[in-house]
Design a protein around this ligand. Sequence first.
Ligand code: SAM
Length: 214
Amino acid sequence: MPGPLYEATMGRLFAVVYDRLQARAESAGVREMRKGLLSQASGRTLEVGAGTGLNLDHYGPAVGELVLAEPSPHMARRLRAKVSAAGRAAEVVEAPAERLPFPDESFDTVVVTLVLCTVPDQAAALAEIARVLRPDGRLLFLEHVRSEDPRIARWQDRVERPWRFLAAGCHPNRDTLAAIEASPLRVELAARERAPGVPRLVSEGVAGAARRPS
Ligand SMILES: C[S@@+](CC[C@H](N)C(=O)[O-])C[C@H]1O[C@@H](n2cnc3c(N)ncnc32)[C@H](O)[C@@H]1O
């Protein structure tokens, strides 16, 4: 996470405006992308970097127990409010992906949406996710990634620092699929998608599933 001053100012502001910033993209199609991804979640499920809880409505009856990890106290406050308003049984835990306070092999499904762009250490986050997944358990992911168009990728590199400052640590230019492929998980499904209603700089995404080998 960035320093405490950044978290108290920009981190807090980002949490306040996040749902409004996302609203256009959600109604243009991102909500449907979330829904499609999360229909595959089952068993004891952990969502990492759950933010304000935009995925909450999409967990179906196949999800037994739901745990929501979120390191930002400003996001976590909104998340708790959304959980109780939804009347959904879910535990909110303030923790970063790189240090998940859960035993080994304790979840059937782990979910990340628009999180691996932001975690300070992708390799450590993915190693932790693999650790807490049961053998054969799955990571479901939906992430915006480095553009396949070299012209746009160059712009993503140019604006990376100011973007990171304004968007609470988000890197617009990460090759997240390559990071998942390099992790202990085995990618089973990965579809590149363009998110509608999203600025071109962060509109290319990848959605899919990766399994912890048994
Ligand atoms: C762009 S928001 C996405 C929120 C939510 N997952 C969604 O799909 O709307 C990025 C989220 O990642 C969280 N985050 C930042 N650093 C993190 C870390 N080290 N581990 C886990 N989550 C982190 C932020 O607090 C924020 O909630």
